[in-house]
Design a protein around this ligand. Structure first.
Ligand code: 5BU
Length: 461
């Protein structure tokens, strides 16, 4: 079938629609492409499969794999038509059993071509490529029916993939204009939208995995536990309870408890600290199902941090689910903490980059801290950073310096909104202190942050 005819047929069955559509990112688009409708038109599905098939040389790979779900029918069509074995990428990684992300019969080092219906940023295809790589497969080629011309094709090529698309939004708009299906004004609007909504490679790199994908690769039991809580309570909020008395902290914990997955403390800042306080805090954390994160920022030679972590005065090693640690002393301080044998029940969070305007954590330092975190992936559950994700896919990014009302505190702190943190920087857990505990009603404010944070996380998927 001629390409022009194919475009018209796809338009007739509503795969290409024009109007005003809100995309997952919140952006308004004048057009919408929905290939899921194609399964209701088997003849047309077959035609699209045949046209895609003309763009591939099956001697160059062993398998094809469609990006779930929309491209599964496309890859099946090509697989049956050309007798090419298929692999299936699970959308949600299995929680139990093999934890396998790719289904099918394959061996390490075999190669796979990835197929999608539409390329926007390139992120979905990259995620499938990552999953294939994790299983030992190799991937060099990608194929899509449609290119939205928003930079995805270039992003994928910049990452070294050979990418082809059957047609672009411009080709499609040109055909529909020539055939009188759209007018010149709409044609111009489409092209204007494309040039104003390019997705740069930096954004693709900041894009992070879904919580289920992180969990499938998480190593430390507390990371798994935290992700379970986040999913079940639908909250990526860590409240930083930086109030000054134990009594205030217990009250705050009970108020914000239903809306948080983590409570962060600085116990050495608390007046009237008593051991019984921790017992009460633990019972509140059980009641509301959140974990405890002591932001102690251990930072010294190994023998000293070991003592600080296990000493009787705060007994941090006995109750904290997570602690922060600086790596300015090198990775030896992590090894020392590990030698206390207390890290099975407490995960480390490495401070890789600070939120202050004049922080000394430059790119060189941050990269080294991220590398050390990866090298200790059995004990490091994640990093604290602003603009960088951990290297290991099972580690989390925690980001402080979040506030929906103000930009800074005149004492060096600088703030981002949850939208910027989740969508542009790839944050997994946002840390909010004064934005919540200084509010008139911290419980209500925490609920607001919870709602905004969860929506922002979903927007990045
Ligand atoms: P705020 O009130 O939301 O500004 O509190 C932020 C909290 O996060 C506070 O407890 C800090 O110690 C912590 N923090 C931070 O603000 N910036 C950093 O880079 C790191 C921790 Br690491």
């Amino acid at each position: 079938m001629e390409k022009r005819k194919l475009i018209l047929n796809l338009f007739e069955i509503g795969i290409i629609q024009f109007g005003s559509f809100t995309l997952k990112s919140g952006i308004q688009s004048p057009f919408y492409i929905d290939f899921r409708r194609l399964v209701s038109y088997p003849n047309l599905l077959k035609q699209v499969g045949l046209e895609l098939g003309k763009l591939i040389d099956k001697s160059q790979f062993d398998f094809i794999c469609g990006v779930p779900y929309a491209a599964l029918s496309l890859s099946t069509t090509i697989s049956l038509e050309q007798n090419i074995p298929m692999l299936i990428k699970r959308k949600e990684a299995k929680k139990y059993g093999t934890k396998k992300q790719i289904e099918g019969v394959f061996e390490a080092n075999q190669t796979c071509l990835i197929i999608d219906d539409t390329i926007t940023s390139g992120i979905s295809m990259l995620e499938v490529a990552d999953a294939l790589k994790t299983e030992g497969l190799k991937c060099y080629q990608m194929l899509s029916v449609f290119d939205r011309m928003q930079g995805g094709l270039e992003n994928l090529r910049a990452k070294g993939f050979e990418v082809k698309a059957l047609f672009s939004i411009k080709q499609l708009a040109d055909v529909l204009l020539e055939e009188g299906k759209i007018d010149q004004q709409l044609h111009n609007k489409i092209l204007d939208f494309i040039s104003a909504n390019q997705v740069p490679i930096e954004k693709v790199e900041a894009k992070s995995l879904s919580y289920a994908e992180i969990q499938s690769q998480a190593i430390h039991p507390n990371a798994v536990k935290l992700l379970d809580i986040m999913e079940s309570k639908q909250t990526n909020l860590c409240c930083s309870g930086d109030v000054s008395s134990c009594e205030d902290l217990l009250r705050l914990a009970d108020e914000v408890g239903p809306h948080i997955s983590l409570l962060k403390t600085h116990v050495d800042n608390l007046e009237q600290y008593e051991d019984s306080f921790i017992e009460t805090l633990k019972s509140i954390s059980k009641k509301h199902n959140f974990l405890l994160f002591e932001d102690r920022k251990f930072c010294d030679i190994g023998s000293i941090v070991m003592g600080q972590f296990t000493s009787d005065s705060y007994n941090i090693s006995e109750w904290a689910d997570f602690i922060t640690v600086h790596v300015v002393a090198g990775s030896s301080s992590l090894s020392a903490l590990k030698s206390t044998n207390k890290l099975n029940s407490c995960g480390l969070i490495v401070v890789a980059e600070m939120s202050t305007v004049d922080t000394l954590t430059d790119l060189n330092y941050t990269n080294k801290a991220i590398q050390i975190s990866q090298d200790h992936k059995d004990i490091v559950v994640g990093i604290v950073a602003q603009n960088h994700r951990p290297k290991h896919k099972g580690q989390l990014l925690f980001t402080p310096g979040i506030n929906i009302d103000i930009k800074g505190d005149n004492l060096g702190q600088s703030y981002n909104t949850p939208q910027v943190a989740f969508n542009q920087k790839g944050t997994d857990v946002m840390i909010v202190g004064r934005g919540i505990y200084k509010a008139e009603k911290p419980g209500i404010k925490a609920e607001e942050y919870k709602r905004i944070g969860w929506k922002a996380y979903n927007g990045r998927l």
